[in-house]
Design a protein around this ligand. Structure first.
Ligand code: HEC
Length: 147
């Protein structure tokens, strides 16, 4: 008896399922525009694929900003301005040509080297420990350009 009930139930369930499936495919035939199809395939694509594409697109400019050398202006404004704008610790002030004349007279190589290695109150690399030598030179050039 029990078996028969079960089989009957399954038969009803199957009829329902096939009925529904048949129904939906028969009555509505969807026509998607190219735009809708593209959107749908984006939604249906594996998450990793979409995230990867978007990441590559949006990460590219970020990567080039952080991996490329910073401009002298950037380095100055983030690392050197604390001392060289205020004259803190006796630092020669940016824009005050007289404060730099004697230093420039030493020659640019010496000036660069002192900025990189430090001299008296000037700490090595002006405390910008992740600055490359070229970034330091660019920052020195930027400072002298302001005179
Ligand atoms: C903590 C303060 C401080 C910071 C930050 C700092 N400087 Fe200096 N800097 C000084 C002082 C003080 C001197 C003067 C040293 C002396 O001649 O007695 C100086 C001197 C210099 C000189 C002249 C060196 C010479 O040969 O006369 C250059 C060039 C220079 N700094 C570049 C920079 C650059 C570029 C940065 C940023 C990356 C920077 N400094 C950040 C304090 C600082």
């Amino acid at each position: 008896m029990n078996h028969i009930k079960k089989i009957g139930f399954i038969a009803v369930a199957l009829t329902l399922v096939f009925g529904l499936v048949g129904c939906s495919s028969d009555t509505e035939e969807l026509k998607l525009t190219a735009q809708q199809e593209a959107e749908m395939s984006e939604r249906l694509a594996p998450a990793g694929e979409i995230v990867l594409e978007k990441d590559v697109a949006s990460a590219a400019p970020v990567a080039s900003v952080s991996s490329g050398p910073r401009s002298g202006e950037d380095v100055f404004k983030t690392k050197c301005t604390a001392c060289h704008s205020s004259g803190a610790a006796g630092a020669p002030k940016v824009g005050v040509a007289a404060a730099w004349a004697d230093r420039i007279a030493q020659g640019m190589d010496t000036l660069y080297a002192n900025a990189i290695n430090g001299i008296r109150g000037m700490p090595a690399k002006g405390l910008c420990m992740d600055c490359s030598d070229d970034e330091m030179k660019a920052a020195v050039d930027y400072i002298l350009d302001q005179n």
